[in-house]
Design a protein around this ligand. Sequence first.
Ligand code: GLN
Length: 500
Amino acid sequence: MKALHEMGVAELAQAIADKQTSSAEATQHLLARAKQHQALGAYLSFNEEASLAQARVADERLAAGERTPLLGVPIAHKDIFVTRDFPSTAGSKMLEGYQSPFDATVVTKLAQAGAVSLGKLNCDEFAMGGSNQNSAYGPAHNPWDTTRVPGGSSGGTAVAVAARLLPAATGTDTGGSIRQPASFCGVTGIKPTYGRCSRYGMVAFASSLDQAGAMARSAADCATLLTAMAGPDIDRDSTSLDHPAEDYSRLLGQPREGATAAQPLKGLRIGLPREFFGEGVAADVLAPVHAALAEVEKLGATLVDVSLPRTELAIPVYYIIAPAEASSNLSRFDGVKFGHRAARYDDLLDMYKKSRSEGFGPEVKRRIMIGTYVLSPGYYDAYYLKAQQIRRLIAQDFQQAFTQCDLIAGPAAPTVAWAIGEKADDPVANYLADIFTLPGSLAGLPGMSVPAGFGGSGENRGLPVGLQLMGNYLKEAELLQAAHAFQQATDWHTKTPAGF
Ligand code: GLN
């Protein structure tokens, strides 16, 4: 038998169901492995007793004859989901040691499906960032080169999956925080349609964009997680989609209608937005992405030229709307209800000021200031309203493109992972790196990043590159079907960083 950490979700669930191991044993093994690799900075907290108690419950359910695709499988949650069993910090000093009285819906749903939680994973503070360098608890390290960032904001999730610390984990994606770290760490990640997973118990960053999703080693394993996570939660999240839960694995391994086993993607039209292949994309990224697209063509898909003409505008639009919503959402951290309170202060106003000055990191403060500015009288029309109008046009551009194609493909990020420390003092350089994930987020569309190869030159040799796939609203199953067909024909997703 393979070592337990070498198994993906499906394999591990099978080994547990076949009694080759137990959930308790797998949990113990993966907790020990996580601690052995603490230097990666993937985890922010553990609660061994709680994890083992969950594993024992799973083993009892198994003994009682229950079988589900996640029963007994250890996973972990990005520390943006609140949990009763672990502290919930959102990567911020503001919430250091915070104990939530309830679990996020996504956490509850995964537990009901039988998954065991190993702990909480590192992330940029309040999910603001793309490198995990904005975490108040230190950076996470990319296992392919530990001097590089893993991407972010779901950096801990990507590191843990890539370094085989666990088979799968949750993340959230507001403007790319699942797709970009998945790309940087060579793992598979999916962000569903906005509203598909409940935001209840997800510490809010930008509510009209925030969406939960999953990372794993394969599209098939992502489908298993997403099936358990998604579904309506109208009573608790007013933006939750009123659309029944579905089985995201249902199209895996199925040829498309009219296609064949040899060419399972026959008839699939994949749009390549011109704007995603122009200048500014590193050659290290373009070469593997083109090679992956040639592979997809061999599987029967046709590649068509499309245009998303407002791609560049996604950056200013997102960096107005997201901070605007953040400035409002983060007003709740005032030192009164929960979170950090300054030890010494003169009066109420001073208490607010000191608590917020001490609790928030520099990027969060920057966004609160930008957000407050663009929402203020006199600037609202010029910035916020204008951004909302352009957001609508960006969404319409996608609908225009989807008249010519079924899915859209391109790079997930313009470069491979950069060095820890690089861009740390340059917010705009960080924002520019989000160019290919922001448009889909603003439109609320589902998207994935699928391992597609490695950077080939100089210092970037051997660093992972992700192929981004986007679909129209609620087309997650079709996205996963295409990604799975690609993974059946290639082995990029099976590559493991040396030493892990
Ligand atoms: N990198 C983007 C930002 O800094 C996206 C973050 C996210 O998706 N949470 O806002």
